[in-house]
Design a binder for this molecule. Sequence first.
Ligand code: 13P
Length: 341
Amino acid sequence: MNLTELNKVATAMVASGKGILAADESSGTIKKRFDAIGVESTEENRRDYREMLFRSKEAMSQFISGVILYDETIWQAAADGTPLVKLIESSGAIPGIKVDEGTQALPMCPGETVTVGLDKLAERLKKYYERGARFAKWRAVIDIGGGIPSMTAISVNAHALARYAALCQAAQIVPIVEPEVLMDGDHDIDRCYDVTSRVLNKTFQELRVQRVALEGMVLKPNMAISGKKSPKQASVEEVAEKTVRLLKACVPAAVPGIAFLSGGQSDEEATAHLNAMHKLGPLPWGLTFSYGRALQAAPQKAWSGKAENVAAGQRAFSHRARMNGLASRGEWQSSLEKKAA
Ligand code: 13P
């Protein structure tokens, strides 16, 4: 393992003004997104859609540091035969790959899951590296509800995340370690804070036990935020203040960067929260976005599966990428959204 090189990639992934496009929806998830815009989820439509994103010059060259791909996409070629990975590389962004294989029910823990995909992971990583992937992603899912999460769920998921991270580094691939605490429930921000704190502490404990080099990874956490159904919705300032406090308490400064998931926040909320956190700086690590929905909802709607809408889809994507790029420097203002509209 060459840690200097891993650190260089991790640092580039969280470069100031840039962030990561999470375009790694599994076949099931992208079908859900396409259903919402009335597009059939065929291999060709998925390719056309992602090709549209990766050919968005402004977004890709100025505001996107890396793209997380799904297995199907990393092997696909654009309509003109160029591998999609090459489109990403030639824009200056780094290709990455989701390597977990989703969640399965966790025995003895009703309502909880463990993320799977460790079997044969070393072999798969080797192939992805040869194809151009320089970072990977593994997402663990922790739900908040009555009596959950259990320490069992936190523990097995942290163990799997660390196993994955160690295998990635051995394959010269930067692991994005993503322990996502869902914002689906009716819990308040303080409960989210407490659960996320337990999850992060356990995750870093496992990373140390399994000798993962913190300098060669990126953390992808949720923010400290109110559950979607909570009657008590925290303000942008409270989310920013509590998230920064939480991360400072749990994430060692040796970690080069933190890139948030959006987790079901609206586009503008996700941008405003990141921006507000940078107003509280200086911060010990790079702090940016690794959004899926919050970057793609607008371009998906603008595109709606029609070739004549590709330019509009690219404009929508470039706008969101620019807004989040500004937020990653604390330079975003809500008036910039209205001007574009
Ligand atoms: P969202 O930003 O839509 O939560 O997706 C990010 C991601 O990669 C989840 O694993």
